[in-house]
Design a binder for this molecule. Structure first.
Ligand code: C2O
Length: 632
């Protein structure tokens, strides 16, 4: 397994692929696959396709035609709008990708099974682009499973239809169907991820998004010698679609993953995985950029490299002030870019991914995934020096990293708030309604586990909410998601109803409607109803400033806010038994999901939906739905 050695900066227009995705080899082993990228001058745009098709050149030819068309179209728009350079998110260049959703046989942990993949790659292909590029991904579903793809962290400016969460912005792409996602990466650069957004498919259907700065724009730190992608994942031996069904039917909690993985590899700590290890070959005395992504399902994770410091320079695809630490923590959906300098004696070092479990009484995988960070000249078969991970419940380690996250530059966060929201987040135990409680009500007190925001457990509709909203189809959702919980109590130590036994939530497909341009603050408050827990809350369609956080119940009298350089994120790990305050301006019309990115919590209903109305100005209106939008 060899990665490219030299990575030329993007401004030289020949950026290479640093971390290469995998292709399942004939022998069942995962081997590296080189992904071709062709780049031309900016005028003609850069195109590439991760399609494995042999007709790459034909594809590129068509891609060029399409760009020509786009260029002509934008020229036309330009001439029509005179010199008013309206920033319609048409994109500078266009990048085409062909995603075939396919099943593939994989052997891991001495078990062979079919997993769902994109183009037979696990992890999936990397989507490369530059800031302000247009990205077009044709997704063809060649599996029997309903599929959608979500571009996690892409703000989808005026392109809500391409956001991807099933039953929120689209119906799933059914077996044999195709849907083409189109969006412009407006004013965004950095590391993000894409993943399936239907059932638990994202357990294997995920990959990195790498958005380079515009040509000629350097990174705000010393140029790294090489860049690598580190995708943290969780692997189950069971079929994930069945697993979700079984867990939900049981009323109880999910089983832990059989293994954590780093770029798809569990590493030597697990059964049969001695040789199923990811490795980065490094040269002494250089600085490497690692794009660390948590693509796991149900766990938050620590990541560390033995004897090496990590300097955080970017979080959720936004630059931060450099912050040096021994380890980072990422919830699913979060991305952190770190610089690592190879300043240690020549040797073989472990990169480790371990559990961060802040809830009480939850079973979890406590074996770490290991990959190698191996210096040139190290004895290949030597034992890798172990990495020091914090213990699984080290909340302080998490706080320390969070305290270090500051936007690189002073930010423009709204000081005034139009809409002040207070949302509790947590789990519930619902009354058992089953005739076979032994099978279906395995939570405490013979109940059924659920999760909620403001004590309302989200019911997934069986129609796309965006379509229902856009076409004014009544009866699928309500607009009464409450601004504050229906009942105030000691959220961290109490329970919503008759303490301590009745922790029942209401149900509903409730939305919160926001006028265009509303300046919103949301206080996210963890509850201890079942157990306090750090929840990675993700908002679609926006990044938000994390202006404050703390432990205990939120108290406006004592809360400390940072309005100078708060981090700008798309997923915030709300501290266990604590709160976080986020701010965003609702200036992107559409239907936007906000949910816990622990997949089991999402399945249990820990979510809600914002509807952002059209504005009255130019480019404040959601366009028509694409013609190929899937039907339910
Ligand atoms: Cu990364 Cu709604 O998800």
């Amino acid at each position: 397994m060899k990665a490219d050695k030299h990575n030329t900066p993007p401004q030289t227009l020949s950026f290479l692929v640093h971390l290469l995705p995998y292709k399942n080899g004939e022998n069942g082993l995962i081997t590296l696959l080189k992904t071709p990228i062709s780049t031309t001058s900016t005028l003609h745009s850069q195109h590439f396709s991760l399609s494995l098709s042999l007709s790459l050149s034909l594809f590129l030819y068509m891609a060029n035609l399409a760009t020509l068309f786009t260029v002509l179209l934008s020229l036309l728009c330009y001439s029509q709008t005179g010199f008013a350079l309206v920033q319609w998110p048409g994109g500078t260049s266009t990048r085409f990708y062909d995603f075939k959703v396919q099943t593939m046989r994989v052997t891991k942990l001495c078990n062979t099974k079919e997993i769902v993949t994109i183009n037979g790659m696990f992890p999936g292909p990397v989507v490369y682009a530059q800031e302000d590029d247009r990205v077009i991904v044709k997704v063809t579903n060649e599996t029997p499973y309903n599929t959608t793809i979500h571009w996690h962290g892409i703000r989808q400016r005026l392109s809500c239809w391409s956001d991807g969460p099933s039953y929120i912005t689209q119906c799933p792409i059914q077996a044999g169907q195709t849907f083409t996602y189109e969006f412009t990466i407006v004013k965004q650069k950095g590391t993000l991820l894409w993943h399936a957004h239907v059932s638990w498919l994202r357990g294997t259907v995920y990959g990195a998004i790498v958005v380079y700065p515009k040509t000629g724009v350097p990174y705000p730190f010393k140029y790294p010698y090489e860049e690598h992608i580190i995708l943290l994942g969780e692997y189950w031996v069971k079929d994930l679609v069945q697993l979700e069904r079984q867990v939900l039917a049981s009323g109880g909690g999910p089983p832990p993953a059989n293994a954590f993985t780093i770029n798809g590899h569990p590493g030597p700590n697990y059964n049969c995985s001695k040789n199923d290890v990811y490795k980065i070959d490094v040269v002494p005395g250089k600085t490497y950029l690692l794009r660390v992504i948590n693509a796991g399902l149900n766990m938050e994770n620590f990541f560390a490299i033995a004897h090496h410091k990590l300097t955080i320079v970017e979080v959720d695809a936004e630059y931060t002030k450099p912050f040096t630490t021994d380890r980072v923590m990422l919830g699913p959906g979060q991305t952190i870019n770190v610089l690592v300098t190879t300043d240690q004696p020549i040797g073989k070092y472990s990169m480790a991914m371990g559990a961060y479990m802040s809830a009480k009484g939850v079973k979890f995988q406590n074996i770490s995934a290991i990959a190698y960070f191996q210096y040139l000249g190290a004895v290949p078969n030597s034992i890798a020096l172990p990495a020091q991970l914090p213990s699984f419940n080290d909340n302080l380690a998490v706080k320390t990293v969070m305290d270090g996250l500051r936007s690189l530059n002073p930010v423009n966060v709204s000081k005034e708030i139009d809409t002040n929201l207070f949302y509790t987040i947590g789990l519930n135990v619902q009354k058992c309604r089953s005739k076979t409680p032994k099978n279906n009500c395995q939570a405490t007190n013979n109940g059924v586990l659920a999760a909620s925001m403001n004590n309302i457990s989200f019911i997934r509709p069986n129609i796309s909410l965006l379509e229902a909203y856009y076409k004014k189809i009544n009866g699928y959702y309500t607009e009464d998601f409450p601004d504050v919980p229906l009942k105030f109590y000691d959220f961290v130590n109490g329970a919503p109803n008759n303490i301590p036994n009745d922790t029942q939530a209401l149900n509903g497909t409730r939305t919160k409607v926001l006028e265009y341009g509303t300046r919103v603050q949301v206080i996210l408050q963890d509850t201890g109803t079942v157990s306090t827990e750090n929840h990675p809350i993700h908002l679609h369609g926006f990044s938000f400033y994390v202006v404050g956080y703390g432990t205990g119940n939120y108290d406006p009298q004592t809360a400390n806010f940072n309005l100078v350089d708060p981090p700008y994120m798309n997923t915030i790990g709300v501290p266990v038994g604590g709160w976080a305050a986020i701010r965003f301006v609702a200036d992107n019309p559409g239907v936007w999901f906000m949910h816990c990115h622990l997949e089991i919590h999402l399945s249990w209903g820990l979510s809600m939906v914002f509807i952002v109305k059209n504005g009255h100005g130019e480019l404040e209106t959601l366009p028509h739905p694409p013609a190929d939008l899937p039907r339910c």
